[in-house]
Ligand binder design. Structure first.
Ligand SMILES: [Zn+2]
Length: 62
């Protein structure tokens, strides 16, 4: 068979085994998908956490 499948490496671990039919494509595994999403959501949590930390610090100071 000469079917050429477009191969896109997993965005997280750069593994080229990601399967377009897997439902988690372009990630190679559920773990990579969750890890990648977790990375950018934790960034948002960090900013939110900083804001609330600053607030409680001010309360303690005054
Ligand atoms: Zn991966």
């Amino acid at each position: 068979m000469n079917l050429k499948r477009k191969i896109i490496p997993c965005p997280f671990c750069k593994d080229k085994n990601s399967d377009p039919m897997s439902g988690i494509w372009p990630f190679c595994s559920e773990r990579c998908k969750l890890s990648d999403i977790g990375e950018w959501t934790s960034e948002g949590y960090t900013i939110a956490g900083r804001a609330s930390n600053t607030e409680s610090d001010e309360q303690e100071n005054s």
